[in-house]
Design a protein around this ligand. Structure first.
Ligand SMILES: [Zn+2]
Length: 341
């Protein structure tokens, strides 16, 4: 049986394993996501846990021909270098390759720009300080993956699975620039990474792809507009079952697709209403109004979502941005949309 796939669980992360049709090279398995490393101070060996579960499913590390990294985040890509050491090819969306090559250093470079972006969007110094220490203190490990082990996703449009199934890679930018989903048409099965999750609405994120290669003036990549398009494209596939990057299998994907879309429609309305009532506002002001009770250390994620909605209003021409004398960006509804209902 190829589907349902074998599952390796590391913390709350899933690694899905599929048997390939052709094992002529002795490597008959394909993984979706590489898995997460344990934190530096944790007493668990994530790699050993992954191998133990793989063996229980009937394969070892040298049986893995390729690992499809759904997106360039630490919890999906950190073990890529381990699989690469065992000879697996690491398949990454082109826009995510540099982040997987850089590992933790790329994460840290982007974090610095992210804090600057919050500041530009009106975040006061005391909250910034909380955001800087909150995540920076974590000892999460992400070793760089050797560049020569990585292939761009488009080099592998489809994979022939055992039992005659075909798996197709589909670019689905949004959660990250290099985000991928994998689709098995004959089973209407989707491997969603973090594009669709059972327990939370995945966040759009603040991405500075250029920062990973050392460009500290790199522009931000607006992620929510493509994210909404990618989710709409996933809906058009009409999946019957979704295997996510975290949590349990989704047997009724339409429920989660609806939830995602309703969430963002509602949020878009809230942001528009705030701008209509208060005039030009920073993302921080909007966030504070919408999430009045949120503790400071969680404001980053909330602001990220509001900034995503600023991007959406700008892309749709419903608002204009202006940088004021204090260096902060404020959004102003365009004349044609002064009073949203
Ligand atoms: Zn994740």
């Amino acid at each position: 049986m190829t589907l349902p796939p074998a599952r390796i669980v590391l913390g709350d992360n899933n690694v899905w394993a599929l048997r390939l049709a052709d094992a002529a090279d002795g490597r008959g398995w394909l993984l979706i996501d590489a898995g997460v490393e344990a934190d530096r101070d944790a007493e668990v060996d994530a790699w050993a846990m992954a191998l133990e579960q793989a063996r229980a499913h009937g394969f070892g590390p040298r049986d893995v021909r390729a690992v499809i990294v759904t997106h360039e985040h630490i919890d999906h890509a950190a073990l890529a270098y381990r699989w690469a050491t065992e000879g697996a090819r690491i398949v990454v969306g082109r826009e995510g390759i540099e982040a997987v090559v850089a590992g933790r250093a790329g994460l840290d470079a982007q974090r610095a720009l992210r804090l600057h972006e919050y500041e530009r969007h009106g975040c006061p110094a005391d909250v910034l300080e909380r955001l800087a220490t909150w995540r920076g203190a974590r000892g999460a490990i992400w070793e760089p993956c050797p560049r020569d082990a990585i292939d761009a996703a488009e080099e592998y449009e489809t994979w022939a699975l055992a039992d005659g199934h075909t798996l197709r890679l589909i670019a689905a930018p949004g959660h990250t620039p290099g985000n991928l989903v994998a689709w098995c048409e004959d089973e209407r099965a989707l491997f969603s990474g973090d594009t669709l999750l059972p327990t939370t609405i995945p966040t759009p994120g603040l991405h500075f792809p250029g920062a990973v290669t050392g460009n500290l003036g790199a522009p931000r990549w607006p992620s929510l507009p493509p994210f909404l398009r990618s989710v709409a494209a996933v809906r058009a596939l009409a999946p019957a079952v979704v295997y996510p990057g975290h949590g349990e299998v989704m047997h009724d994907p339409a429920v989660y697709l609806d939830r995602f879309e309703v969430h963002h429609e509602r949020r878009a309305q809230q942001v528009r209403r705030h701008l209509a009532a208060h005039g030009a506002s920073t993302a921080f002001e909007v966030t504070r109004a919408l999430f009045a009770r949120l503790p400071a250390e969680r404001l980053g994620q909330a602001m990220t979502e509001v900034i995503g909605h600023f991007d959406l209003l700008l892309e749709r021409g419903e608002a204009t941005a202006r940088v004021e004398d204090d260096g902060r960006t404020r959004l102003l509804l365009a004349e044609a949309h002064p009073n949203p209902k």
